[in-house]
Ligand binder design. Structure first.
Ligand code: UDP
Length: 411
């Protein structure tokens, strides 16, 4: 029952998920949502496009709306100074050193106050995503409102200075959601485990016409006749794109393959330009390395590149979850990824992909899979089933609805 709007955007109906998750699951989702009708929900994050959080909200919000729920999504704004601070916070929460002056904490709070004056924070259920808008909770004024902090970051080894600043804010919430049990903190509020998710019917994850896929390869000068190794990621040091180039150079001694590094920049990430120039430098002199700096919203191109790939790499140094891994597994691709953050929840070593811990290890696992295509295909198939079971947007929607219903019941 998929229809197309005038802009060419495909409009997905809830029933379209039945062939994927089964009609009873869809019916259960509808029944649960019916109990939540009339209650208002608000999601707040720091970017409308680019990165995994926006990627989830772009699909989660319309699905909850189609379920008849009253939900809005707000994006906070800030100057470069704010996003430089929040990127430093992001890196520090992932365990990097923190060098910002104490005044940066004041600037951070000032931008939160500015956003508070601009936004209407009056919903019954407010979900604040990640640290950037965490201090909006000071504007909590709905008498029976519930506030949840949804953290998408790997918090297993946070830099103490930044966590000590954020923790008093987090304590004010009614609960915190993390993507992995390993990210849980010592907090006096309930903590929940929610997996991030992909939408199998989105432009990023739906099955594409082979001619369209070939067209994208032709456009970027990529040869479909030789193995294609791909990493899709923002140009961010924590995604280690230079490490990917080094691993590829080792593999290249044994296989006539190509490397695609497809990325872009998120509105809330000021480091992209610098990292992109580092990658260009590392890739110099090899025409089989394709560094694609894509516009922030390029779901079909990314889908086509993932679909056309022989193997997908995700060589992150830190990773909250890694939706790029989920997207690859859903497309039945063999994946070689770093054993960091939420990745091992998805890549179960030797069952849904292969894990690695270094440049050399990544190269070794890639070579192994290129030499064993039957095993590579089996891992991809099992990865697809693993995603269907745990990481689809319908499961994520159900998890939110159930949480809200429980909060309502608890008063
Ligand atoms: N992505 C994109 N364009 C890019 C790079 C990434 O659309 O140039 C998408 C990617 O397909 C995935 C998301 O952004 O859906 C990245 O999520 P992930 O959890 O892998 O990493 P994050 O960027 O949130 O750290």
């Amino acid at each position: 029952m998929m229809t197309t709007t005038l802009t060419g955007q495909r409009f997905v109906h809830l029933d379209d998920y039945s062939p994927i998750i089964g009609a009873p699951e869809v019916a259960e989702l509808r029944a649960l949502a019916a109990s939540l009708r009339g209650h208002s929900i608000q999601m707040v994050n720091s970017t409308a496009v680019g990165g995994g959080v926006a990627e989830i909200l772009i699909r989660l919000v319309p699905i909850l709306q189609e379920l008849g729920l009253s939900i809005r999504w707000d994006v906070i704004t800030g100057g470069n100074d704010f996003f430089e601070i929040t990127k430093a916070f992001h890196n520090a929460l992932h365990g990097a050193p923190h060098h910002l002056p104490p005044a940066s904490f004041e600037t951070f709070l000032a931008y939160n106050e500015q956003n508070l004056a601009r936004l209407h924070m009056d919903s019954e259920f407010t979900v604040i995503h990640d640290p950037q808008p965490v201090a909006l909770i000071q504007g909590r004024n709905h008498p029976s409102g519930h506030w949840i902090w949804r953290c998408h970051i790997d918090l297993s080894r946070p830099n103490p200075a930044v966590w000590q600043f954020l923790e008093p804010w987090v304590r004010k919430y009614d609960g915190a959601i993390f993507s992995s049990p390993e990210f849980a903190q010592k907090l006096p509020i309930p903590q929940y485990l929610f997996f991030p998710s992909i939408d199998p019917l989105s432009e990023k994850s739906r099955e594409l016409d082979p001619e369209l896929v070939q067209g994208v390869l032709d456009h970027y000068g990529i040869d479909a006749g030789r193995p294609i190794l791909t990493q899709v990621s923002r140009f961010d040091r924590l995604k280690d794109p230079v490490g990917v180039v080094r691993a590829y150079r080792i593999v290249k001694r044994y296989f006539d393959c190509q490397l695609v590094l497809a990325g872009g920049k998120a509105d809330d990430d000021p480091e992209g330009e610098l990292v992109l120039s580092e990658v260009n430098e590392a890739a110099k002199g090899d025409p089989d390395i394709h560094i694609l700096n894509l516009p922030p919203w390029s779901p079909v191109e990314i889908n086509a590149l993932q679909t056309a790939s022989t193997l997908i790499i995700q060589k992150s140094l830190r990773e909250g979850f890694g939706l790029t891994v989920t997207e690859a597994l859903w497309k039945k691709k063999p994946v070689v990824a770093s054993a960091v953050g939420g990745i091992p929840l998805q890549v179960i070593h030797k069952y849904t992909g292969l894990l690695a811990h270094s440049v050399e290890g990544t190269a070794y696992q890639i070579r192994f899979l290129l030499s064993n295509p039957a095993l590579a295909a089996k891992l991809g198939q099992q990865g697809h089933e693993h995603v269907r079971e745990h990481f689809l947007i319908t499961a994520n929607a159900k998890r939110y609805i159930t949480l809200f219903l429980n909060l309502l019941r608890a008063g």
